[in-house]
Write a protein that binds this ligand. Structure first.
Ligand code: T46
Length: 184
């Protein structure tokens, strides 16, 4: 597993070793001992799979009190994946980091609690899989608008296809401190 730090402390880019042969390839997408060695969580309690078409932008989401660490990857197609630091006292508060995750590069991103997460599909369709360190709690959801100018994410596709919920998310400046992710 190749591990690269990002400009956001705690957000890590992970590229698993790919064992290719005439049949195709094999890779380990998660290994508790490797994660323990990297200081990453070993316990993920929920796996998710979403499929989206080109231009769909999901996010920027987080959970307020039951923050979810997320290990995200793409098994078909490609996305531009983004993490935004929403830890109020962090020196990188409101800073974002983005990278392409795809079936070609096999790259994974680990996004800790305290960050908003979102992605935009850059292929015809994309299958997005991720592991979460806490359970989904719809009453605990928070989010900020995908194109909040204060955050300034540079998305590959200007015209995002959004859910009604995401189109109505607030700007970061309108989110009170108690509605930001709780940092344990
Ligand atoms: C997140 C989630 C959703 N759902 C149900 C609720 C809705 O009936 C349906 C779609 O939910 P939503 O529109 O919130 O899905 P996304 O827009 O992909 O939300 C996710 O988008 C960004 C990228 C994230 O990182 C979060 O994991 C999550 O907020 O799935 C569940 O049953 N379990 C879940 O864990």
């Amino acid at each position: 597993m190749e591990v690269k730090e990002t400009p956001l402390p705690g957000v890590l880019l992970l590229v698993p070793k790919v064992h290719g042969d005439s049949r195709g390839f094999f890779l380990e997408s998660f290994h508790a001992k490797t994660f323990s060695r990297l200081g990453l969580p070993q316990l993920f309690v929920q796996d998710n799979h979403s499929r989206s078409v080109r231009g769909v932008t999901r996010g920027l989401h987080y959970q307020k009190r039951h923050g979810q660490g997320k290990l995200v990857r793409v098994v078909r197609g490609s996305v531009f994946d983004v993490a935004v630091d929403l830890r109020p006292d962090s020196p990188t508060f409101s800073r974002w980091f983005g990278t392409t995750l795809s079936e070609e590069n096999h790259a994974m991103l680990y996004i800790p609690e305290g960050f908003a997460h979102g992605f935009q599909v850059t292929s015809e369709s994309a299958d997005f899989l991720y592991k979460c360190t806490d359970f989904y709690d719809p009453q605990d959801e928070g989010g900020i608008l995908w194109n909040d100018p204060e955050v300034g994410v540079v998305w590959p596709i200007a015209e995002a296809a959004l859910s009604k919920k995401d189109a109505a998310l607030p700007l970061l400046s309108a989110v009170s401190r108690e509605d930001l992710p709780r940092v344990v």
